[in-house]
Design a protein around this ligand. Sequence first.
Ligand code: S3P
Length: 174
Amino acid sequence: MADISLIGFMGCGKSSVGKELSKLLPSMEYIDLDSYIEAMTGRTIPEIFDSEGEEAFRNMEKAALEDIFMTGGLTGTSHILSLGGGTVMTDACRRMIRRNTTCFYLKASVDTLVRNLETWPGDRPMLKSGKSLRSRVEELMAVRGPVYEKTAHHTINVDGDDYLAAAVDIVTMI
Ligand code: S3P
């Protein structure tokens, strides 16, 4: 089976849907790209942003994807990939994702994203801008929204936060 990738803005539920999906498709290996990079580097994502900056992190996302697709190609294992909110903003990553996976955009409104990010703030370097959370989400979504749309093969609306239903929808589309 081809790899499945989940893309979308921070807080849209990529990891939650990915976990539901991996229960429905137990033969596939679940990979959260941020966790993969943390294991690869021995550092947390905020540490990487602090010490080396965003560009270095984007290069690590690209290296991690090359590694995953290469390994999968060699072993035949297929993956469910939960990507970072900004992964597809790197052209090379977007091309790899489009070519090697069936890609699903988990689409959420700004209201949903802000609510989820307020409820589970986490430590997200891209949201530390000095602006209000809503302005920052709007600003990034204006640029990223069209890129999510053009990268994905399918779009799933996740405004209802029903991650199991989203996973079931995905299974019917692969
Ligand atoms: C980022 C999203 C994060 C993580 C990093 C950068 C982004 O992942 O990759 O902090 O640029 O949107 P999540 O979307 O899983 O929060």
